[in-house]
Design a protein around this ligand. Sequence first.
Ligand code: FES
Length: 147
Amino acid sequence: MERKDFLRTLGAGAAFAITFPCLGGCSKDDENDGNIVDPPTNVDFTIDLSASEAAKLSDNGGFIRKNLVVIVRNLEGNFVAASQVCSHEQYDAVVFDSRNGGTFFCDVHGSRFGQDGTPLNTIPNSTPRALKVYNTELNGNLLRVFE
Ligand code: FES
């Protein structure tokens, strides 16, 4: 049976459901990661480490994302921060990977960066560019992230 014959046997509604399953609902824009955006500018904000939004920063290797910045408590217990927007093709998909000493990682094409933003690998047909990193300053429970 050919595809069109198969669809005809299902009726118009079922054929539509099979043929167009993603209309209005499957674009990359609906996902949490993977949107192309401009990198953050004029970064300067504070996180209250006692607030629930910062709970993942209580453990070494934990990270959160806020204002397009990835904020990390690295394996040594120090706070580091970098752009959530990848330097490769500007997808907002950068996370922290605590394996192998801890690196920033973008799973869109696999870019990996040191905690100082240095590119650690090369994506085919592209020139490695550093990931933007930000300063951090801890005052009591308040962590400031700034350029
Ligand atoms: S956009 Fe991050 S690796 Fe390509």
